[in-house]
Design a protein. Structure first.
Lengths: 148, 516
């Protein structure tokens, strides 16, 4: 059961122009209309303006990397219910764990395989937030620091 | 405390000895003198009294004989001119008192007059009795004269008091002398004691300064000599100690310097290792980013998402994708080697039915074998969950199977796997009917970038790192990887790694920790 993709807003944070093009091409091939930004800070700004249904975050970015961005998304109740998928270089052991610890809900290793990539996106779009949100809420620090 | 006691003891002894001797001598001498004096005095008094009585008896003879008391009284009254005469009585031969003068007589006389003059001694009085004879020598009465000893006794008492006074004075003098002497004797001894105490506390530099020619002085001088010796010994020991300390300091400093150097080197080594890891991570990331583009875009083209392709274009794109894949594999392998070499590769064992996993791998490899016209035989027993690093074991098996398929032109490839429950280990065998490995090469194939022909071979593809990584991973897991091969006939790789059975009680806990 494939959900219609046309009205799904996916926010992609990726600094490499080629990969921006690649992700855009793959997502468009599946019917999505993604928004692409160059770093985490821009992603947060964009997300506040037009609340997306899914975050795709590259971990290695200038200005604000993916770990920091994921952490801020997790702390902000405004983004509750929006899953985060990390894109890692899988360079070192533990990279995947780090993304999960930073608050990402899942991760994909670069280079990505188109099929796997799209399957994972569908999985998270269909996932029930009541099942995965408790983990995120458990990572949230008390409210006086959530604005940080 | 002990010192005080001994000092008191010596002084007391001296005092007791000297005082006791003096007082004792004095008392002994004094009392013997007094006793003698008393005896002499008494005897003299007695003699005088005797003479006086005899003489007086003669004088009163006529008066008594003729019964003339007045005449007797006259004669007797002269007696009282002598000090001490208390009474005089004249008795007739019958015993009747003829004349009594002075104090009353304290005793009564009975019986006949004594044959001669006798003197009786009472405590306070001498009483002389003498017969009174007439002209013919017939005893006609008795004369008794009482002489008081009060004066004599007083004299003796005075003497005794005088003696006691002298004794007291002597005792006082003895005490004084004893005290002085004692001090003269004990002061240097105390000095010695104090010096010994200071010596025991380590003060060797203060001589006693006791000027005395006696044994105490000798003792003090000997003591000073001993102290001087000790002081010189100590200086010697201190000098040696200082030399030793200096040497120790020197060595310590050398060691410290060496340690600093080592620490610096270690820090540099660690820093280098850290930088290397960081560099590799960065390089890997930097390489993967463009690879992501290459692989993903070639996939898009292959899938016709950018429009239809000619067969030639499709072939080119396929080659681009293949090269990219190889490059990615190479990057992954290099990263693995680096991590293993840096000791940074950590095993992550989980509980897993590894035999099922090996069957899955075989299934996944089936298309590759088929594409080369090879039969892939699978002989894997049914298993149970064991404690093992699934990903790393998978990596080894995939590599061994991939190699077997790659280096076999005809025939078959066989994978077998079982768990030795008793020794708790997994045994995997990968057999092929391929080109085989000459005995002299069987060691070399486990080295980096080596294939059988001795150089990075393009003929068979691959990075030349797979077997090296597999061997290192097997060893890291505590296992072994060995090869048995005949050139031209085929090879058999044998992998054994520990695979502890998961205890029933541990399963849930491990599953939880894995999930976390």
């Amino acid at each position: 059961m494939t959900i219609p993709h046309a009205d799904i807003r996916i926010l992609v944070a990726e600094d490499d122009p080629t990969n921006q093009y690649v992700f855009t091409a793959i997502l468009r091939s599946a019917g999505f209309e993604p928004t692409i930004v160059e770093n985490g800070l821009l992603a947060l700004e964009k997300a506040r303006a037009e609340r997306p249904q899914l975050f795709l975050l590259d971990m290695m970015m200038p200005v604000m990397d993916g770990y920091e961005t994921a952490w801020r998304i997790v702390q902000d109740p405004l983004f509750d219910g929006i899953p985060i998928i990390a894109l890692t270089a899988r360079a070192m052991q533990g990279d995947a764990d780090r993304t999960l610890q930073a608050g990402c809900d899942d991760y994909l290793s670069k280079p990505i395989r188109r099929q796997e990539f799209l399957e994972k996106i569908d999985f998270w779009l269909e996932a029930d937030p009541s099942e995965w949100m408790p983990r995120r809420l458990a990572m949230r620090v008390p409210s006086d620091r959530s604005a940080a | 405390m002990g010192i005080e006691e001994s000092r008191r003891s010596i002084r007391t002894k001296l005092l007791l000895t000297m005082g006791g001797l003096a007082v004792g001598a004095c008392l002994l001498l004094g009392f013997s003198t007094i006793v003698q004096l008393r005896g002499v005095t008494l005897r003299q008094t007695q003699d005088s009294l005797e003479s006086l009585a005899t003489l007086t008896a003669h004088n009163i003879s006529a008066g008594l004989d003729f019964g003339m008391p007045n005449s007797v009284q006259d004669a007797l009254s002269g007696l009282f001119g002598v000090d001490g005469v208390r009474f005089a009585q004249v008795h007739e031969a019958s015993g009747r008192i003829f004349v009594a003068m002075g104090d009353p007589c304290p005793v009564t006389f009975e019986g006949a007059p004594p044959p001669g003059t006798i003197v009786e001694r009472l405590p306070e009085m001498l009483i002389a009795r003498t017969p009174v004879r007439d002209g013919t020598g017939l005893v006609i009465g008795t004369l008794a004269i009482g002489y008081s000893l009060a004066e004599t006794n007083r004299l003796i008492r005075t003497n005794v008091l005088f003696l006691l006074g002298i004794t007291l004075a002597l005792a006082a003098i003895s005490v004084f002398i004893g005290h002085t002497l004692g001090r003269r004797l004990t002061t240097p001894l105390l000095g010695l004691t104090e010096a010994a105490r200071r010596l025991s506390l380590g003060h060797f530099d203060e001589p006693l300064r006791i000027d005395s020619n006696d044994e105490v002085g000798l003792l003090a001088r000997t003591f000073d000599m001993m102290t001087a010796r000790l002081a010189s010994f100590r200086r010697e020991v201190e000098r040696t100690n200082q030399q030793l300390e200096a040497k120790v300091r020197e060595r310590t400093e050398e060691l410290r310097q060496k340690n600093i150097t080592l620490e610096l080197q270690n820090e540099r080594a660690l820093e280098a290792s850290r930088l290397k890891s960081a560099f590799l991570a960065n390089v890997s990331h930097e390489l993967r980013t463009p690879l992501n583009g290459i692989l993903a875009l070639s996939e898009l083209l292959q899938d016709g998402l950018a429009g239809d392709l000619t067969d030639e274009q499709r072939a080119h794109i396929s080659m681009i994708h293949g090269s990219g894949s190889n490059l990615l594999k190479l990057i992954n392998d290099i990263l693995d080697v680096s991590k293993i070499e840096a000791g940074r590769l950590e095993l992550r064992p989980i509980e897993w039915d590894i035999l099922s996993e090996i069957r899955t791998i075989a299934t996944e490899m089936q298309p590759l074998a088929s594409s080369r016209g090879l039969e892939l035989r699978v002989q894997v027993a049914d298993g149970h969950p064991v404690w093992i690093d699934r990903d790393r074991l998978r990596q080894i098996v995939v590599n061994l199977l991939g190699n077997a398929i790659k280096f076999t032109e005809r025939g078959y490839v066989e994978v077998s796997a079982s768990i030795d429950a008793e020794k708790e280990r997994l045994i995997v065998g990968v057999l092929d009917t391929g080109i085989g490995i000459a005995p002299e090469d069987q060691r070399a194939i486990f080295q980096e970038f080596r294939q059988v022909d001795g150089s990075p071979s393009r003929r068979y593809g691959g990075t030349g790192l797979g077997l090296s990584i597999s061997l290192r991973l097997a060893e890291l897991m505590g296992g072994k990887l060995s090869v048995d091969s005949v050139l031209g006939r085929g090879s058999r790789f044998r992998l054994t790694v520990p695979a502890p059975r998961v205890a029933l009680g541990q399963q849930s806990g491990r599953a939880l920790s894995e999930a976390a």
